[in-house]
Design a protein around this ligand. Structure first.
Ligand SMILES: [Zn+2]
Length: 70
């Protein structure tokens, strides 16, 4: 694990996050696994099947009332 502290724009920590990515090579749709409640999700952009994958994403904090930065 390492944290890059020299990013000028974003200092959000990232982690490998479980996602679903579209199996259609012409489509770059994906969604966080957190937001998927189906066993086999369908791409919202092209209605193709999706497959489980991983992606480096900013850690998604639970909506905290004290943080309105987003
Ligand atoms: Zn798609």
């Amino acid at each position: 694990m390492y944290y890059s502290r020299k990013r000028p724009l974003m200092d959000l920590p990232e982690e490998m996050t479980a996602i679903w990515s579209c199996t259609n090579v012409k489509c770059n749709g994906w969604m966080r696994d957190n937001f998927v409640f189906l066993i086999q999700p369908i791409c919202g952009q092209c209605n193709s099947l999706m497959e489980k994958s991983e992606k480096m994403l900013p850690i998604l904090a639970n909506t905290s009332p004290n943080q309105t930065k987003n």
